[in-house]
Write a protein that binds this ligand. Structure first.
Ligand code: DGY
Length: 326
């Protein structure tokens, strides 16, 4: 690709206005004005015609789609940090570089974890519903009791950027931080976070009061929280998932919540988005929010800026800063 060329960039969803405007200045950009997620036919059309494709989590850029990519497609610049919707192996086979947007949504996602950690045990959504339905009869000494956060043990699964940002916030709320990660953090980082490492997930699950999932979705973490894992948790445990829905076996979770095997859940992500397991919709001990961990104006702008930077650096013939390694 000559350095002066304006690469054909196809974007699958509407992005913040300033991002779209900048893209139009820099690239031969094709925007998706109707903002509906691409179906397979539109994905195939995009990977055939684009030099650069900008998908999001709603696009399944799998091996079948990438098999249709022509010689033209050189870069998939994902708008988002999670890349489990892209077949990295198939991309590498075709020498297509993949980038993502790490770092800029860490704080927003960690804030969402804390919002859910506070909302579920303190029954915020239930209380809000009671007021809106007009069924609140006023303050009572025994009304709307929930569980205290301070002094509880939080078990973080996945201690990367977001897990560590959760740990920092959690300490401020007086939670004792425990974590399970394939690799133990360096001693100085662990000491700074005052976090206790558990070499096995199973052991940690039996000991903590709140579980927060903050690892990526990979073949190894698919259904990591399944019936067996849920049965290891104590009955008073709250499960928080802001990572990827597929890490949790949603049917097993709904069953565990229904039988009060665990106390509640706060979910920002779902196994079959935007579909939600019907049982979850009817359970009062669950707070459900629509995959909005990174949904701040600032975060989405920064994600867009990263997508543009990745495309520009690639266009200039260099390795993009956020190239994902297979
Ligand atoms: C991310 O960046 O991975 C968010 O979940 C949106 O895709």
């Amino acid at each position: 690709m000559p350095k002066t060329a304006r690469p054909k960039v196809i974007v699958s969803r509407r992005l913040p206005q300033a991002v779209e405007t900048r893209m139009a200045e820099l690239f031969d950009v094709e925007l998706n004005f109707d903002d509906t997620p691409f179906d397979q036919a539109r994905l195939i059309d995009a990977v055939r015609r684009a030099d650069v494709f900008v998908p999001t989590v709603t696009d399944h850029v799998d091996a079948a789609v990438l098999a249709e990519a022509g010689e033209k497609l050189k870069l998939i610049a994902n708008f988002g940090v999670g890349i489990d919707h892209i077949d990295l192996h198939a991309a590498r086979e075709k020498n297509i570089v993949v980038t993502n947007t790490p770092g800029v949504l860490t704080d927003d996602t960690a804030d969402m974890v804390m919002a859910l950690i506070l909302s579920v045990p303190r029954r915020i959504a239930e209380g809000e519903k009671i007021i809106r339905e007009g069924s609140w009869a006023g303050w009572s000494p025994t009304g709307m009791l929930g569980h205290r956060i301070t002094g509880k043990r939080l078990g973080i699964i996945g201690m990367g950027r977001i897990g560590q940002a959760v740990a920092t916030r959690a300490r401020g709320f007086g939670l004792a931080v425990h974590y399970h990660n394939r690799e133990r953090l360096p001693a100085s980082v662990e000491a700074g976070l005052e976090a206790t490492w558990w070499p096995t997930l199973e052991a940690m699950l039996t000991r903590v009061d709140i579980v927060s999932i903050n690892c990526p979705h990979t073949p190894e973490t698919h259904h990591l929280i399944n019936d067996k894992a849920l049965r290891l948790m104590q009955r008073h445990v709250y499960l928080i998932n802001t990572a990827r829905g597929e890490i949790v076996d949603e049917a097993a979770l709904a069953a565990a919540l229904s039988r009060r095997g665990i106390a509640g859940a706060g979910l920002d992500v779902f196994e079959h988005e935007p579909k939600i397991h019907p049982d979850l919709l009817n359970l009062p001990n669950v707070v459900l929010v629509p995959h909005m961990g990174s949904a701040t104006f600032e975060g989405r702008q920064a994600m867009g800026d990263k997508v543009i930077a990745n495309i520009q650096v690639w266009k200039d013939g260099h390795r993009p800063p956020d190239q994902v390694l297979e």
